[in-house]
Design a protein around this ligand. Sequence first.
Ligand code: GSH
Length: 203
Amino acid sequence: MKCYVTANSPYGRKVRVAANETGLADEVEWQMITPEERTKVIPGINPLGKVPVAILESGEVLFDSPVICAYVDSLNNDGPKLIPQAVGARWAVLTLEALGDGLAEAVIAGSQEDQKPDEKRSQGIVDRQMGKVTSALGALNKMAGDFNDPPMMGEIAVACALGFMEFRKLVPGWRETYPALSGWYAGMLKRQSFIRTAPTTQG
Ligand SMILES: N[C@@H](CCC(=O)N[C@@H](CS)C(=O)NCC(=O)O)C(=O)O
């Protein structure tokens, strides 16, 4: 499988962490591209023009990150599953993944709007996205004590979103405001899968 990612995409990081956690990272041909290359190359593969996107040996194209992560997990027959089969646990894991992905989406939308020059920037959009970020952080702080250890797909998505939020410096002081969540996140950052995939450049 070939997988296109950018260095700092929280969604690309999810796939990279999932591949590391399942021991499959070396079996993926990673295509680390710049945002400029993404604009040129990816629309020919994914009509939405977004990464991550994977191309299987068969030529089949997979997107978006929940689909690629589920595919990676389906290849993992030896280690612990990132997405459980059991009905109750499965939907809880996938819903937490959606909350993590939604947090990342609000962080991206909020920071992109915030970076615009004053004459183009909408404070209403920034406030709306920041409202989602704050509400998600509050909910996650309450849930952190019950998170799976080792992490499953939900925890991985949440930690990737938090990593991107810190990288963009969007919520200064969040670690003090949400101590249960930040205590859990500090533990996640020690995992090899997160150390190996940390954001590196301003992309
Ligand atoms: N729901 C998608 C979101 C993917 C996404 O938004 N990727 C961003 C990078 S973080 C992207 O490629 N943006 C380029 C664009 O929107 O044109 C997923 O989970 O993979």
